[in-house]
Design a binder for this molecule. Structure first.
Ligand code: CP3
Length: 354
């Protein structure tokens, strides 16, 4: 299947945008930048718009999700919007009892641990177009408002989703998930296959509705050894990416603590690798053989440092990123909620003029 004729990558609105050019390995005239978690509590307009609405309800209200996506684009002059949603939204759409508790993260009504638990997930079947309608609608509204600025669609990778499903809530070391993959590999495989398809359908819906790039977040993959990643996570990340592999759209793969996993994460089907703040981009480029565009990797901690310190760091990130065949500047992880939004605006301007 190909993208619809009205898609921004097809009708030309975003085809030669700075973001898509850099993701394709080119050097656009304007160096692109966006910030993971650019929508959110760092913005007073976000806190005002979200007041009184639960996180997942906001994600499933198309006008609100669209407005929250657009807020940081208006304010910071960044080169992309990232769809306002969450990695657990497809779980909710599939009928899983999940909420996002403020200051905590995703919390499930009951953890998924046994073969029976996983079988019940499979009984819910694939996500229907009807279930995905709030997503399709929100993306459509957003893309219409963004014009020539690309929207990035995203989804959680199966391992990171499983880390929440098996534990039932956020955890530091994802012990329950890492135990299950070894203790009961068949149940693990069935869980990961389900997660790959649900998250892949969520990603595909965003791309078909107008997203110009697709990012898979495997935020917690860094808790795995390379061997466990390759055996127990990578095949299902590849399966998630296959849900968009027939569509001509660039894919990005990001995780934290993944310095040892970068090549494996590229090889599951990503065009671009997102690098966290722990590894300099010139070294990431070397590990990837000099043939993969990179995204990253300003240390979020430095957003709160004095401007001269932050400026020197941003310039260093830009210089190291110049080694890669394409570079989209970003943070090495999400914007901390207490960040002064004017600092983000200033960083975006610096990236554009440097
Ligand atoms: O601007 C953006 O990046 C847009 C949207 C976005 C959100 N979540 C909105 C959100 C994206 C890309 C995500 C992905 C996500 N969600 C990830 C992967 C990225 C990463 O940060 O590693 C993960 C692991 C989650 C799960 C999740 N959702 C967590 C850990 C939290 C934080 C809980 C808290 O309150 O500290 C959430 C909630 C969440 N997702 C918020 C936002 C804006 C905060 C909700 C609020 O404002 O109350």
């Amino acid at each position: 299947m190909s993208l619809p004729p009205t898609h921004p990558l097809v009708d030309g609105r975003t085809t030669h945008s700075a973001l898509v050019t850099a993701y394709s390995g080119g050097r656009p005239a304007r160096r692109p930048v966006w910030f993971m978690r650019q929508a959110g509590r760092s913005l007073p307009e976000y806190r005002a718009a979200r007041a009184g609405t639960a996180m997942l309800d906001a994600c499933l209200t198309p006008e609100l999700a669209s407005e929250l996506t657009l807020q940081p684009v208006r304010r910071h002059d960044v080169d992309a919007g990232i769809f306002f949603s969450d990695i657990v939204v497809p779980l909710r759409l599939a009928g899983v009892d999940v909420v996002i508790e403020p200051g905590v993260g995703p919390v499930l009504g009951s953890a998924v641990r046994t073969a029976d638990d996983v079988a019940r997930l499979h009984d819910a079947g694939p996500l229907t177009a009807e279930a995905l309608a709030p997503i399709t609608e929100a993306v459509g509204l957003t893309v219409a408002a963004l014009g020539s600025t690309p929207l990035i669609g995203f989804a959680g990778a199966p391992f990171t989703l499983a880390a929440y499903l098996v534990e039932g809530r956020p955890s530091r070391d994802h012990l329950a998930a890492r135990t299950l993959m070894h203790a009961d590999p068949d149940t693990w495989a069935a869980l990961m296959a389900w997660a790959a398809d649900v998250t892949g359908e969520f990603l595909r819906a965003q791309v078909l509705a107008g997203a110009s790039a697709a990012q898979l977040f495997d935020s917690w993959a860094g808790s795995l050894s390379l061997a466990d990643y390759e055996t127990h996570a990578a095949p299902w990340s590849a399966r998630a990416f296959r849900h968009v592999s027939d569509l001509d759209v660039r894919t990005v793969h990001f995780g934290t603590g993944t310095s040892e996993l970068l090549v494996a994460m590229r090889d599951v089907g990503a065009d671009v690798v997102g690098v966290d703040y722990r590894l300099p981009l010139d070294e990431a480029n070397r590990r990837l053989g000099g043939r993969t565009p990179l995204q990253g990797n300003i240390d979020p901690a430095l957003l709160a440092a004095p401007w001269p310190v932050l400026e020197a760091h941003v310039r260093d990130v830009i210089a190291r990123g110049a080694h890669a065949p394409g570079h989209v500047v970003n943070l090495g992880h999400g914007v901390p909620p207490e960040t002064d939004p004017d600092v983000l605006t200033r960083v975006a301007a610096l990236v554009h003029e440097a």
